[in-house]
Design a protein around this ligand. Structure first.
Ligand SMILES: Cc1cc2nc3c(=O)[nH]c(=O)nc-3n(C[C@H](O)[C@H](O)[C@H](O)COP(=O)(O)O)c2cc1C
Length: 179
């Protein structure tokens, strides 16, 4: 790959930005028996990772109505291009009221697919693996983001009404279970 000119355009668009870096970031070019275990491959069932630096799911409280925002795209794409071979997106709620806060990432409508697809495409182009932590906050949901200096409090409307309505455990109705 070293002799490829930066002006070469015959590669498919998905590969053009990888001309000078054929392997995912962090992959040792010439592993030896002394290569630290961290930089050796790891196989988990059918998944083989070229090295062992992973990113745990970490909430960013940066979504709008559950959508991945440009800030989150930048955050995750910059991490993906720098190293973790397997990146987990932050806890992603499967229902609106299952978000821990209104700023949580969500995957509870088809409209959320587009934003998530963009970061998945980016991960694939980088040769990195990406996962997602699907979750539901249960009765602990509908709180304001736990940020420094902020106490735990419910999300309320201007008139004081608690929004999202998942503040306490609720006995499921039969109609919630049988559809
Ligand atoms: C800012 C921040 C956000 C986090 N968000 C989540 C999350 O969305 N889901 C989760 O399971 N853990 C979350 N965690 C916990 C981390 O995933 C991880 O388990 C923790 O940082 C400990 O890492 P370690 O197990 O590698 O020591 C968060 C941690 C931090 C620091």
């Amino acid at each position: 790959m070293g002799s490829v000119s930066p002006s070469q355009t015959s590669l498919p668009p998905s590969l053009q930005h990888k001309v000078f870096q054929p392997n995912p970031t962090g992959t040792p070019l010439s592993p030896t028996p002394k290569t630290p275990t961290l930089f050796t491959p790891l196989s988990i069932r059918s998944l083989t990772l070229p090295h062992r630096t992973l990113l745990a799911p970490m909430g960013t409280y940066s979504s709008v109505n559950g959508h991945l925002t440009p800030w989150q795209y930048t955050h995750y794409s910059s991490l993906l291009s720098r190293g973790p071979t397997l990146t987990f997106l932050e806890a992603t709620a499967v229902t609106p009221e299952g978000r821990t806060s209104p700023l949580d990432l969500g995957l509870y409508s088809d409209a959320h697919i587009e934003g998530l697809s963009k970061i998945i495409d980016f991960a694939r182009k980088e040769g990195q693996k990406i996962g997602i932590q699907l979750g539901h906050s249960g009765w602990k949901g509908s709180m304001m983001p736990i940020l420094p200096g902020r106490k735990m409090e419910a999300v309320r409307d201007e008139d004081g009404t608690i929004l999202l309505d998942s503040m306490s455990p609720k006995e499921p109705l039969l109609s919630d279970i049988i559809h």
